[in-house]
Design a protein around this ligand. Structure first.
Ligand SMILES: [Zn+2]
Ligand SMILES: [Zn+2]
Length: 222
């Protein structure tokens, strides 16, 4: 695997509008992108954004965070509480960088499409590639679809199973009465292998807090 420093150099030679600044803990990549981009044949759009991307030195164990310097994109458009971009559900981000940690790929698969979506939505009033609900509800909806289940507390139970040691012969937490390996086993393994444990734990806690804790405690997992 190519080193992060070399990977960033490779990125900077392809996208030469950006510069880098190194700190003890990571790299800031900053500059104004001004490019005409066409993604999935949705049409050409000019993207002009002043960006600052932070890549921690432990990348790919953490997701790069991206913000715009001049805040053209309103906070209501897929931004996290700290103002950075909400690029996609964490599982998608982690599984993608696990598969291919090259930052150029991350930039082209997540950061450019984010900017393109914003610009497209501004011009046409709709999202070009579909949209998740934002925030915690968006993440829960994402998992419901991934697991193909309806219940929010089952999302928590399945994620808890992903946090624990994998035992394929145990019963699946979804309540199907099937063994894990014959039910949600492969997706649970994929979550386990993609999302760093610390992140998974905090995601479980956030979902747990978000859904009704009392219902969860009473076992209303239907
Ligand atoms: Zn969002
Ligand atoms: Zn299951």
């Amino acid at each position: 695997m190519i080193s992060l420093v070399d990977n960033i150099e490779e990125f900077l030679s392809k996208y030469d509008e950006f510069k880098k600044r190194e700190t003890d803990s990571g790299f800031f990549i900053y500059g104004e992108i001004n490019r005409e981009v066409n993604i999935n044949n949705k049409g050409n759009l000019v993207l002009i954004f002043d960006l600052e991307i932070y890549i921690n030195k432990d990348y790919p164990n953490t997701i790069p965070s991206v913000r715009e310097v001049d805040e053209k994109i309103p906070k209501t458009f897929h931004k996290l509480n700290d103002g950075s971009f909400c690029l996609a559900a964490p599982y998608l981000l982690f599984s993608s960088i696990k598969k291919n940690p090259n930052f150029i790929v991350f930039f082209e698969n997540f950061i450019l499409p984010y900017l393109y979506s914003y610009q497209y939505n501004k011009k046409y009033g709709k999202m070009p590639f579909g949209e998740l609900r934002h925030g915690m509800q968006g993440i829960i909806d994402f998992y419901k679809e991934l697991f193909n289940i309806q219940s929010e507390c089952l999302v928590v139970k399945l994620l808890m199973q992903a946090k624990n040691v994998y035992r394929g012969h145990h019963l699946c937490a979804c309540g199907s009465k099937k063994r894990l390996r014959k039910c949600h086993g492969s997706i649970i393994l994929s979550i386990k292998n993609s999302i760093p444990r610390q992140h998974l734990l905090s995601e479980i806690m956030q979902i747990y807090k978000y859904i009704n804790k009392e219902d969860f405690a009473k076992g209303y997992c239907l």
